[in-house]
Write a protein that binds this ligand. Sequence first.
Ligand code: HEC
Length: 178
Amino acid sequence: MNNLTKITLLSTLIVGVAYASDIYLTHNTKLPKLKMPDNNLTFQMIEGYPDYKIVATHFRTDKNELRYILANPIGYNALKDKLKVMPEGSKIVKIGWSVKKMELFPKALEADKIQRVEYMVKDSKNFDANGDNWGYARFIKKDGKFEAWNKGTKGCIACHSVAKENDFLFTKLQNSFE
Ligand code: HEC
């Protein structure tokens, strides 16, 4: 192999790697770059969340909002094993949609517009203030754009304390298939 061939091969490799990592980067930055003002949790922390497994579905009657609860693999397995305390790295996501009547069958409702994406992440290093070790984040969609919740997370912690016995989670794995 002469020097020119070596250089050509090397530059092809470099361009190839740069191209691949660029794809990786773009793939990894699909979610808006948003950050919670009070605890710095980012939207991108749950990149890939649509691929998480569904844990439960809820309907909030006062807000007329359909909600899916999803968990990353660590969280999902812990819920399946009914662990009392969720392990580090568990991520539980809630997506909320408005609903509309199905055009072809108006007695049925279907998801319409996404209204919110919220999550809880188990992270004892950064979130140990009240002993629950959960970090809370909420991103609301307004006028077609997501924005980070700017009213703090004290309210989240206070209300989720009702579910203290269940590691601050209202959700249980829905086993209605069995
Ligand atoms: C007034 C009570 C209340 C407040 C405040 C509240 N939540 Fe919740 N949250 C609930 C209830 C009830 C559920 C289960 C029903 C549902 O899915 O809406 C829930 C479910 C969740 C879930 C799914 C896991 C679980 O516990 O079931 C996440 C994630 C979540 N909330 C995040 C947040 C975040 C982030 C905030 C603050 C920005 C927040 N919540 C504030 C009552 C509350």
